[in-house]
Design a protein around this ligand. Structure first.
Ligand code: SAM
Length: 383
């Protein structure tokens, strides 16, 4: 049993909640968390907390029967952009390089995770492509043999690397892009430029990194007049445009529910013009996906705030400094890095992965009045 890396803080869990923010909830959107078993969950009643002790074999499963087969790995907390919903323009401090997991350490954790049934791994950050020589990490992770090995990027550095990443074994990319208007892109992202990001989408597709998903955070009064433009973009390009609700994970702490645009509102706006059909339900993808009834292309709604999908969550996160997190919104962390550097063997790493999953809470509790923002923001955790 490895104890050195254990850092639990008990926030946003039912019995240890402290009030820090008072959120005004003016939406009538459903907020209850419905536990829905992952297709690979063990048989039995999953609506109750399991009284059993943590399993020592089989897949990574939590007390609610949710099987975890998806690992998000942040390789850096640094970013070359300063998106308004993510980071302040100045004043961010970043981890020193020696605090980050090395590629050897990431590969080791990924190998153990794969042995426990993790089949999907996504690299993220900060901006993952600012980490030097990421292609070599992709090659090493590819050798482990994940079904899905993907990358989320802002697209600024992708175009010249897309082919090499694909050759190294990357299967697909998600590219963030919050406006299709150059001047607005500049004001939302503060650095970078739209032309480079659009070119990176073309390069990714040319390299076979498909299906290409385009992540858009819609902010009320900022880019909500582009929802139909993005839907048209999905129809014209065949790309999957995913509308993400603004989450209380900005480093500035300025999140306010009035600034998010609910997925349901986006659905109503788009479907009034172009009828939408739900794609096959199932799996654990956070997006509710819809295709256009009369054209190609697809949209996804990631309604993390107004329609939480915690009940089918299958995700586990590894921060760039090696902390295991079982939820974006829970501050409970287990430092795999400290344990590895203290000499933990693979069995001990496996035990920590199991524990991180086992101790997951049923839901993120954003919509509860005593919700606490997590201490780390999205870029520090890995989005
Ligand atoms: N740098 C990469 C990128 O831009 O895609 C990967 C990291 S970024 C943190 C991952 C995703 O999180 C992006 O799609 C970004 O738009 C989204 N994101 C960041 N802050 C967010 C917030 N407060 N609410 C919702 N989404 C956010």
């Amino acid at each position: 049993m490895v104890a050195s890396g254990h850092r639990r803080t008990f926030r946003n869990c039912s019995s240890f909640r402290r009030k820090r923010h008072s959120l005004s909830l003016n939406s009538n959107a459903p907020v209850a968390v419905t536990l829905r078993a992952h297709p690979r969950a063990v048989e039995g009643d999953r609506s109750e907390v399991s009284q059993a002790s943590m399993p020592t074999a089989g897949p990574l499963v939590d007390r609610y029967g949710r099987v975890h087969d998806d690992l998000r790995v942040s390789v850096t907390d640094r970013c070359n952009l300063r998106c308004v919903y993510c980071m302040p323009e100045v004043g961010m401090t970043f981890l020193p390089h020696d605090a980050l997991l090395s590629f050897d350490e990431i590969t080791r954790v990924a190998t153990v995770a794969a042995s426990l049934g993790v089949t999907s791994l996504r690299l993220t950050g900060g901006e993952p492509l600012v980490r030097k020589d990421l292609v070599s990490l992709v090659a090493r992770l590819s050798d482990i043999g994940f079904n899905d090995l993907s990358l989320t990027t802002n697209g600024m550095l992708l175009a010249p690397l897309a082919r090499r990443l694909a050759d190294a074994g990357l299967t697909r990319v998600n590219i963030s892009c919050d406006s299709l208007r150059a001047d607005r892109f500049d004001s939302i992202r503060r650095r970078g430029d739209l032309g480079t990001v659009l070119a990176s989408m073309d390069a990714a597709e040319a390299a076979g990194l498909v299906p290409l998903k385009v992540n858009v955070v819609i902010l009320r009064g900022v880019n909500d007049d582009e929802i139909l433009d993005f839907a048209a973009f999905a129809r014209e390009t065949g790309r999957v445009v995913r509308f993400i609700e603004f989450m209380p994970l900005d480093a500035q702490g300025q999140w306010d529910k009035s600034r998010l645009v609910a997925g349901r509102e986006i659905f109503e706006l788009v479907s009034a013009l172009w009828p939408l059909e739900a794609t096959e339900p199932g799996g654990s993808a956070p997006a509710q996906r819809f295709r256009f009834a009369d054209a190609g292309g697809e949209i996804g709604l990631i309604s993390s705030v107004t329609q939480p999908f915690c009940g089918s969550c299958n995700r586990l996160r590894l921060t760039s400094d090696g902390a295991l997190r079982n939820c974006l919104f829970s501050d409970d962390e287990l430092s795999l890095r400290d344990s590895i550097r203290d000499g933990a063997d693979d069995a001990q790493i496996a035990e920590m992965l199991r524990r991180a999953v086992w101790e997951k809470f049923p839901g993120h509790a954003i919509n509860e009045p005593d919700f606490l923002r997590p201490a780390r923001s999205m870029s520090m955790i890995g989005g």
